[in-house]
Design a protein around this ligand. Structure first.
Ligand SMILES: Cc1cc2nc3c(=O)[nH]c(=O)nc-3n(C[C@H](O)[C@H](O)[C@H](O)COP(=O)(O)OP(=O)(O)OC[C@H]3O[C@@H](n4cnc5c(N)ncnc54)[C@H](O)[C@@H]3O)c2cc1C
Length: 413
């Protein structure tokens, strides 16, 4: 019998899942179809560098369909909805894809319309680097900026790559120092969290770095409105943060079609998912991966990569009628670019917060510490993304579960 496996989304998670499944099943055993709305695969970590002219959109965007191995069908069309009862996906061109197993990998969507005034301010006084178009517009604004107050604002959590806004602060500090105008630029990081980051040890370390670099930190600020006329962020409790240039990371939600698919998503259109098996709570034959899920770890490419191995194993178990493995431990890691050709690395899972030490073992990359080695790691990661991670190859020395041997569990950062 040929299994029909339909994968919604051809980004990081959809692509690596399809390629891994193709290696596991012969064409006679499984028909694998990937659906996406466009053919532009963006290497999203590269978006951080676009506003500073350190890379360009054409260097980080490739054809989606060309990342898929032979024997995988690629459909380019927006998804309209999923009919869970009928095991069917409906596309907006009215075609219908029946499935035996469905994988939801449609990531997040940015929802600037959720914040009053943000759409009017978009690309005039408020910018984002979370899309290629936004990052390119922000590059022009940064280049033209000659002094004043730049506010970097996270409207609400969760967001993709929660450290990226901090990286932006560090990069901006470096950029304006290089231009010799840092003394004329005030940088302020405005967050809804009670510290620089979600996890205490890393929050203390990163908060200290903001201070060292002269970046003001404003916490527990829940942005309710962007007043474009006055150029002010207004919080729900009436506090105000004036800006000359705002860099805003808007509200993130799941894909809109999730909301149109009865029983699939939650109120934010994320897919309730078992955090260890990656089986959705909507139906046993529906799995989810990456940013689209509600699992309590970061929305990050590294997470998506680690989840991919467990997900594919569990699809095999499901189709064979076997019990699923509880194999995903929430493992996440992330290089945090800090400017001046340096970066920090964090590595954590559901139970263990980012700690100092080394990764993946005692002789590895320094954790929670600025180093040139980590910066080189961040730069090299782009090559690994296209040539190892997306094609579904294992990265030597980096496993699904969080390594513990290099971590200093007792020493605070
Ligand atoms: C600025 C920035 C920096 C980042 N830096 C890092 C980093 O340093 N390290 C790290 O690990 N992660 C980083 N990330 C996060 C990482 O890129 C994402 O977590 C990862 O790409 C998630 O993969 P995904 O497959 O879940 O979603 P995506 O890769 O976003 O793919 C989702 C796909 O679904 C498609 N889709 C959505 N809706 C529909 C629809 N209705 N119909 C058809 N197709 C649809 C989209 O077109 C898209 O291709 C960063 C992200 C950003 C924005």
């Amino acid at each position: 019998m040929t299994h029909r496996i339909v994968i919604l989304g051809g980004g990081t998670g959809g692509t690596l899942t399809a390629n891994r499944l193709r290696k596991v099943y012969d064409r006679a055993d499984a028909e694998i179809t990937v659906v996406d709305q466009d053919d532009r695969h963006v290497y999203q970590p590269g978006l951080l560098f676009v506003p500073f002219g350190l890379t360009h959109n054409e260097d980080i965007i490739r054809s989606r369909s060309r990342q898929l191995h032979d024997g995988i069908t690629s459909r380019q069309c927006p998804i309209d909805h999923v009919d869970l009862a009928a095991n069917e996906v409906h596309l907006t061109d009215t075609s219908v894809l029946p499935y035996d197993v469905l994988v939801v990998a449609t990531g997040t969507r940015l929802a600037p319309e959720e914040t009053d005034g943000l759409l009017e301010a978009w690309n005039h006084t408020a910018f984002t680097f979370y899309t290629p178009e936004g990052a390119a517009a922000l590059e022009q604004a940064i280049t033209a900026f000659d002094g004043g107050r730049i506010v970097i604002n996270v409207v609400d959590m969760p967001i993709k790559c929660p450290v990226a806004p901090l990286e932006f602060c560090f990069m901006a500090d470096w950029h304006f120092q290089e231009r010799g105008i840092r003394d004329r630029v005030q940088l302020t990081f405005v967050t809804p969290l009670d510290g620089a980051f979600t996890k205490p040890v890393a929050a203390a370390q990163l908060g200290g770095m903001l201070e060292e670099k002269g970046v003001e930190l404003v916490t527990e600020f829940n942005t309710g409105e962007i007043d474009t006329e006055r150029k002010v962020l207004v919080s729900f409790d009436g506090r105000e943060e004036p800006y000359d240039l705002a860099v805003v990371i808007p509200v993130h939600m799941g894909a809109e079609y999730v909301g149109r698919s009865e029983g699939l998503g939650d109120a934010m259109d994320f897919v309730p998912t078992d955090r260890r098996t990656l089986q959705s709570k909507a139906a046993p034959n529906v799995f989810a991966i990456g940013d689209a899920t509600d699992v309590p770890t970061s929305k990050a490419g590294s997470v998506t990569h680690f989840e991919g191995e467990v997900l594919v194993e569990n699809i095999e178990h499901f189709l064979a009628g076997e019990p699923l493995v509880e194999g995903y431990d929430g493992h996440a890691n992330c290089f945090i670019e800090t400017g001046f050709h340096k970066a920090l690395l964090i590595d954590f899972n559901y139970e263990t917060e980012p700690l100092p030490g080394h990764f993946p073992a005692k002789a590895g990359l320094p954790l929670l510490k600025d180093s040139r080695l980590n910066h080189l790691g961040k730069l090299m990661f782009q090559w690994f993304y296209w040539h190892a991670l997306l094609p579904g190859r294992d990265i030597p020395g980096i496993g699904v579960t969080m390594p513990t041997s290099g971590k200093e569990f007792s020493r605070p950062a």
